[in-house]
Design a protein around this ligand. Sequence first.
Ligand SMILES: NC(=O)c1ccc[n+]([C@@H]2O[C@H](COP(=O)([O-])OP(=O)(O)OC[C@H]3O[C@@H](n4cnc5c(N)ncnc54)[C@H](OP(=O)(O)O)[C@@H]3O)[C@@H](O)[C@H]2O)c1
Length: 339
Amino acid sequence: MAATTIIPTLPLTAKTLIFDTASQTLNIHASHPVPPSNPAKNEHLIHVQTTALCTRELDWPTLFPAAMFAENPEKQITPGYDLAGTVITSPPASPFHPGDEVYARTRASRPGNCREYTISRTEEMALKPQKLSWVEAATVPLSAITAWQALFEHAGVKGLDDPSTDGKRVLITAAAGGTGVWLVQLARIAGLHVVAQVGNAKNDKFVKELGASETVNYKTTSLKQWAEREGMVDIVIDLLGGKSLEDEWFCVKDEGTLISIFEPPENQRPEGLKNKVVKNEFFIMEPNGQQLAEVSRLLDEGQCQPVVDSIWELEDYEGAFERLNEGHANGKVVIKVTE
Ligand SMILES: NC(=O)c1ccc[n+]([C@@H]2O[C@H](COP(=O)([O-])OP(=O)(O)OC[C@H]3O[C@@H](n4cnc5c(N)ncnc54)[C@H](OP(=O)(O)O)[C@@H]3O)[C@@H](O)[C@H]2O)c1
């Protein structure tokens, strides 16, 4: 238990941001009921400090209604599936105790964390890295776990110490964004040669500081042109879909790997490459507290860093979503829920 943490007296209601899917509008509800936690489902009540937004998350109820409402019969969408906060109540066998400072990517089938009190399950949580502030902690879970699963569960890299990465090149698109910064860092730690796609000189310098060995500027060079000049890579991680994903088929070697977190790569397979043999997959990340704890260790050891794009008060949620929707965030857009 964190010795200095003061647990607030539990109110009956809490400020909660709610997305009305019918009108597609967001509103703060000042007196929403504090959510009940179910110990039988490993649920903890958490006092939220910060959360972060994920690009396109307000589209998920339309794109994936079955998954989004699976555990949410009231169909109440609260944005922000990253969470950093303090445990208020925990189930009897939980490793997390009242007063513990934790962070998590909570499952999107339940309301998210743009609210003063939220629910998180044991299997989603890890202790907050000691070095990180509340704002920094919120930037990590969703993006770092997505990058972890892209590399170590889908792209065939066998972990942080895989000797077979020696000499292998990975191309990471949108590399200075929320997920990209984690792909660059984890790929560098795993020993891959990282080619990072960026859009300006500032991000070029930034991703090289994070671990990229080379960059390609999407404003001046298409990925197809880049591969014609620089040769194909072993692994491509796609964050963009569409025309970019089509070009990425020309960047990956025969028998190489193309992973997208945007859409199935087969959707964009070019006409001329119908017979090219490439392991290709789309996946949606799964919350995973154990993987998050591995990332915590890397953060505490200083092997990688959180990246904050911007910080917004809960009342300024419109500005936060506007910033996100511009599509040029560097790292994560964070909302401070508690002053
Ligand atoms: N499947 C999953 O589990 C999963 C998990 C996480 C995210 N996602 C999805 O993955 C996508 C990326 O997420 P994210 O959080 O990393 O996004 P993000 O933070 O919004 O990405 C912003 C980055 O995109 C770059 N960018 C913008 N336009 C570009 C273009 N035309 N070409 C190349 N780069 C461009 C920007 O670079 P500049 O600033 O230089 O313009 C900026 O660095 C989103 O669609 C998100 O919904 C899926």
